[in-house]
Design a protein around this ligand. Sequence first.
Ligand SMILES: NC(=O)c1ccc[n+]([C@@H]2O[C@H](COP(=O)([O-])OP(=O)(O)OC[C@H]3O[C@@H](n4cnc5c(N)ncnc54)[C@H](O)[C@@H]3O)[C@@H](O)[C@H]2O)c1
Length: 344
Amino acid sequence: MYKVSANNLRNYCKRILVEASLPEEEAEVIVDSLVEANEIGVDSHGVTRLADYITRLNKGIIENKTELTVLREAGSTILYDANNGWGQYAGKVAMERAIEKAKKYGSSVSGVRNSNHFGTASYFAKMAANAGCLGIVMTNASPLMVAWGSRKPTLGTNPFCAAVPTNQHPVVLDMATSNVARGKINLAAKNKQSIPEGWAITKDGEPTTDAEEALKGFLLPVGAKGSGLAMMIDIMTGVMTGALFGEDIPRMYDDADPQQLGHLFMVFNIENFMDLEAFKERMDERIRQTIESPAAQGFDKVFMPGDIEQMRKESALKEGILVSAAVYNELKQLGEEYGVNADL
Ligand SMILES: NC(=O)c1ccc[n+]([C@@H]2O[C@H](COP(=O)([O-])OP(=O)(O)OC[C@H]3O[C@@H](n4cnc5c(N)ncnc54)[C@H](O)[C@@H]3O)[C@@H](O)[C@H]2O)c1
C-alpha cells in the first residue's frame, strides 16, 4: 500500500487527463469524483478507474469533451443528451441545473441520456444536500446482474442514492442494488478466497462460492426487492430518458461500443416544506433516535447511512489516502505515458 495526499492525487490524475486531451474543467470534475470515492473508502469507484477510462478514450469509445445539448425543457424538468461525453461532468451540470430549478419551482428532475459511467452517485446527491435540498440520484449500468429468479443478466447494479442536509454532514444512502460490488469478488479471486453463497451465480446460473467462477458469471441482486429496485431505476434512468436500458447496454470492460447510459437527478427544496433550520433540528432528533439506540449483539455502534464514509473521509484528509501497489503502479505508468511528473 502507498499513502498519498488527496491534493497530490487530484493534481496528478488531473494532469494525466488534460494530457490525454480533456478540457481542464472536465478533468477537474472527473478527478474530484474519483478521489472523493477513495476518500470515503469506495475504492472500486476511485482512481483505479482512470486507466479504464483512458483506454476507452483512446479507443474512441468515449468523446474527449462533453458537449451537452438540451433535448427538452419545461419548467421544473430538463433532459440532456451527453453526446457520449463523461458521466461525471454531465452529472455535475445536470445536478447544478436541478438545484437551480428546485430553488425556483420547489422540486425538479434532470435527466441525461447517452452518457458514460459517472462514478459514485453520492458525489452529485451531496451537492443538493449542501445547497439545503434533498437530492436523489440514480443511474443505470452494464448488465452484470440477473433479475430475481433469472439466469441471464438483464440488469445493472443500478445504484440509488439519497442525500439529506443536517446540522452535521449529510445523511447519505448510496447503494448498489446487487448484494455485493463486483470489486469485492475481484479481490476475493486475487486473494484466492471463496465467497459467501448469495453473491453471484456461474455463467450457467448455478450458485457458487468460487470467486473465479463468479467473475465469469453474474451478480445477484439484494433479493427480489433489490431486483425490483434495479428494474425501477433502469426504467426511470434508461427507458424514460431515451438512453439504452437492460441487456442492450454495452459492458464497460468487455464491449467496444458507447454505453449510452441514462442518469436521473431529483431535487426537493426543503424550504418549500419548512424552514431549513427547523428541518435540520428535526433531523437532529431523527438521527439521535437511531444512533443512541442500543447496539445489537455483534455490533459496537449504530450508524446513520453515510456515517462510515464520512469517518473515512475525515481520516483520509488527515492521514492521506491508501492506494494499493497495483493502482499506484498503474498511475505511475500513465504518468510516464503522458509525460506527467507531478508529485504523487
Ligand atoms: N456508476 C455506477 O454504475 C455504479 C454502479 C453501482 C454502484 N455504484 C457506486 O458504488 C458505491 C458503493 O455501493 P455499495 O452498495 O457497494 O455501498 P456499501 O454497501 O458500502 O454501502 C451502501 C450504503 O449503506 C450504508 N451503510 C453501510 N454500512 C452501514 C452501517 N453499518 N450502518 C448504516 N449504514 C450503513 C452506507 O453508508 C451506504 O450509504 C456507491 O457509491 C454507488 O453509487 C456506482
